[in-house]
Design a protein around this ligand. Structure first.
Ligand code: EPZ
Length: 417
């Protein structure tokens, strides 16, 4: 067991380089199993979610090698076996193997996906898509069994622009007979990364990044290579830290376009930053203005940055509102921010945050991945020592976060307990 220990108050100066996007990589790795051959995936982030997916890929008898953020997956001996609960509950993205194995073998057996406790995390939209393509879905306890005589293209209207359902339906449709149209598709940029990978394999997909995606089924997909796009949520988390403690903090390897919603909010709050190419330099803002934020699907303000952003709002003068609209339980960080001295009134998923309040270091717990990131942000600005427990959540999604922060002057370390 380990905890993160932070001595707050150090300015952040120097360079941080952003890794590959977790929410791309966790879909690209299963996607490689759609191809009969060898795929290379570059710029894979060094996060524990990757290791959990590797275990499933190996269980399915694929060869996987890794060197310096580049992985090769050989699927020529793939065996479509049951994906057991111990493996599938480690992360939510295990559900991508449903669409992939249904597509290739018209049969898949897998247990419920896992993931942070930020809501009930149903997969009804995924299953609705699979059924629309001709699959029969049987649930036995915690196990799903999907079977299809044939997968036939269809038009699927998503009740909600679900990222996972959009990607999983793409997987299930890419080898189906005929055309599939996904309406009200999620527009997150990671979906474009997945479409590019599948099209390089020989798929015929268009429209990713818009609310209508068209997939014309093909017979076979072959091995190819793809690069994971930069992680806009990792980038946004460090940019928020820069607005609180930056002394010419330079965040490199970003795609500024992907963080437009964050940048416009920071401008509204009076934060000064300069963007050159794929880097942004940001400095501490001493007169943060309050603002109101509502998390939305892309290109709105991302739910995954709502928690770190709420810490920034505690340092803005006046009353700010942070409203979470995507996950019904993404509020686990607030009690700990209150314990540190933040003046927050939570009403359901709407937090009224009165600033500017000094935060004081204390013992706190990460309740989910981005809550953990928010607590690190809080510890970095708090006076005194902050100790964060249950940090496995954080290591799932932020590669080398202790080193990246230490390298720019943060007093942060991992401590065995
Ligand atoms: C992806 O989750 C991301 N995870 C999440 O990031 C992110 O918060 C989310 O998209 C929204 O951007 C990965 O990509 C691995 P959704 P996903 O399907 O696909 C409801 C992080 O911190 N819903 O868009 O699971 C669901 O309950 C993680 O990196 C259904 O009702 O999200 C939620 O309210 C957290 N039925 C909303 O849609 C379904 O079948 C958003 O879900 C599917 C989803």
């Amino acid at each position: 067991m380990e905890r993160i220990v932070i001595e707050g108050g150090s300015p952040l100066k120097g360079d941080i380089t952003i890794g590959g996007a977790k929410n791309s990589a966790v879909a690209l790795i299963p996607a490689a199993l759609l191809a009969d051959g060898v795929c290379t995936i570059k710029n894979v982030p060094n996060i524990t979610d990757k290791d959990a997916l590797f275990d499933i890929v190996k269980l399915l008898n694929c060869k996987i090698t890794e060197s310096n953020k580049e992985i090769k997956i050989d699927t020529r001996d793939l065996k479509n076996v049951l994906i057991n609960e111990e493996l599938s509950v480690k992360l939510r993205a295990s559900y991508y193997f449903m669409g992939v194995l249904l597509s290739r073998y018209k049969h898949v057996e897998i247990y419920f996906p896992g993931g942070c406790n930020i809501g009930s995390r149903p997969i009804d939209l995924h299953l609705k898509g699979f059924k629309a393509l001709g699959a029969k879905v049987t649930k036995r306890g915690h196990k799903y069994i999907l079977d299809a005589q044939e997968l036939k293209g269809n038009t699927i209207n998503l009740d909600f622009a679900s990222v996972g359902a959009t990607i999983n339906i793409m997987f299930a449709a890419v080898l189906a007979n005929g055309r599939t149209i996904i309406k009200n598709a999620a527009k997150e940029v990671e979906i474009i990364n997945i479409m590019d990978f599948l099209n390089k394999m020989g798929a015929k997909i268009s429209g990713a990044g818009t609310d209508t995606i068209i997939i014309d089924g093909v017979n076979k997909l072959s091995g190819t290579d793809i690069e994971v796009i930069p992680d806009r949520i990792e980038a946004g988390t460090y940019i928020i830290m820069g607005a609180l403690l930056g002394d010419n903090l330079k965040v490199n390897g970003i795609i500024p376009e992907h963080n437009k919603a964050l940048f416009s909010k920071l401008e509204e709050m009076g934060v000064e930053f300069s963007i050159e190419g794929n880097s942004v330099t940001i400095n501490k803002c001493n007169n943060l203005k309050c603002t109101n934020i509502k998390t939305l699907v892309y290109p709105g303000f991302p739910t995954d940055l709502g928690q770190p952003m709420s810490v920034l709002l505690t340092q803005a003068s006046g009353v700010s509102i942070m409203e979470e609209t995507i996950w019904e339980n993404r509020v686990g960080h607030y009690p700990y921010l209150q314990k540190m001295g933040a003046n927050i009134e939570l009403n359901g998923l709407v937090a009224t945050i009165k600033g500017k309040t000094p935060l004081k270091g204390t013992e706190i717990n990460a309740t989910d991945l981005r809550a953990g990131a928010a607590l690190i942000v809080a510890g970095l600005i708090a006076s005194g020592t902050t100790m964060i427990y249950d940090i496995d959540y954080i290591l799932r999604g932020y590669e080398n976060i202790i080193n990246k922060l230490t390298n720019v002057g943060a007093k942060i370390k991992l401590e065995k307990i």
